[in-house]
Write a protein that binds this ligand. Structure first.
Ligand code: C2E
Ligand code: MG
Ligand code: MG
Ligand code: MG
Length: 286
């Protein structure tokens, strides 16, 4: 059996299809309750400067702890949230939570690094995105320069509208980074049209960087291009010393990946990175 799949083409139904639909409907119902039941939480993955090994920022990554199924990865439930329109509410929740947390870390520990938050395609195109982000910043007291928004190439299809939104966000003082760079289909010309401060090289290019000549060439070229366009560049998914060495030798600014740290819960961030500062400030004030 063949059925139209959205506007892009056709999908073949298999015997697994019904199972899939059931699972999706089940997840959708559970996701509606997840927000009310406080089953969502945000983890934070440190981003590290290659030059001085300091944490220069953290990426907020959404987690869903289902009471029976356990941890459900964002790749599974964010598409459902997008399809059902729940992403508006969930996305606003993530933004508010990440801003609240970073503001608290700044005021308690003097930890002045930005938090970066992923936007979904629907969220990016929602009415009054800029106004709602502005509201969240005012509500949480986080200064705009400590919020970074991660967008992807596929969101930039409507170039005129996208550049308008990005310009308004930038005028507020928010930074913009291009996530999963190199995996989208859009034209490179947006790099000069849009106010983007940072490119995040997708993990798929980093994975085999020590073995694959093509990946090495692509990554070296992205780094050089970013710098020529006066943008910073961060490599995602760095897991080994060999990958880090290649990136260092090619002038990459920052890394994010398991080699340095997995995404951490708020309390793990505090015990790993913030206790010492807290103790130091106690000592200093006693
Ligand atoms: P992303 O924004 O590209 O985030 C990076 C993903 O790579 C995260 O997966 C992170 O855990 C994973 N990662 C980081 N370092 C390594 C590494 O060294 N090795 C490997 N194998 N993986 C690494 P995660 O948390 O499962 O998130 C997957 C995707 O879900 C994100 O990709 C992002 O597109 C989306 N996502 C996560 N949180 C949110 C959110 O709050 N809103 C929206 N709209 N999307 C989100
Ligand atoms: Mg991201
Ligand atoms: Mg990414
Ligand atoms: Mg990715």
């Amino acid at each position: 059996e063949v059925k139209r799949n959205g506007k892009n083409g056709f999908q073949f139904y298999s015997s697994q299809f019904d199972e899939h639909v059931m699972e999706k409907i089940e997840l959708e119902g559970a996701l509606r309750k997840a927000v009310e039941r406080n089953e969502l939480l945000v983890h934070y993955q440190p981003q590290i400067s290659i030059q001085n090994e300091q944490v220069i920022g953290v990426e907020a990554l959404l987690r869903w702890i289902h009471p029976e199924k356990g941890l459900i990865p964002p790749g599974t439930f964010i598409p459902i949230a997008e399809e059902t329109g729940m992403i508006g509410e969930i996305g606003a929740w993530v933004l508010r939570e990440a801003c609240r947390q970073m503001q608290q870390w700044q005021s308690r520990y003097g930890w002045n690094v930005p938090v970066s938050v992923n936007l979904s395609t629907q969220q990016f195109h929602q009415e009054n995105l800029v106004g709602s982000i502005k509201g969240i910043l005012e509500e949480t007291g986080l200064k705009p320069e400590y919020l970074e928004i991660e967008i992807t190439e596929s969101m930039m299809m409507d170039a005129i509208r996208s550049s308008q939104i990005l310009r308004e966000l930038t005028e507020l003082g928010i930074r913009i980074s291009m996530d999963d760079f190199g995996t989208g289909y859009s034209s490179l010309s947006y790099l000069k049209m849009f106010p983007i401060q940072k490119l995040k090289i997708d993990r798929s290019f980093i994975k085999d960087i020590t073995r694959n000549e093509d990946d090495r060439a692509i990554v070296a070229t992205i780094i050089a291009m970013a710098h020529n366009l006066k943008m910073d560049v961060i490599a995602e998914g760095v897991e080994t010393k060999e990958q880090l060495d290649f990136l260092m030798n090619n002038g990459c600014d920052d890394i994010q990946g398991y080699y340095f740290s997995k995404p951490l819960s708020s309390s793990d961030v505090e015990s790993k990175y913030l206790t010492i500062m807290d103790e130091l400030s106690k000592e200093a004030s006693s």
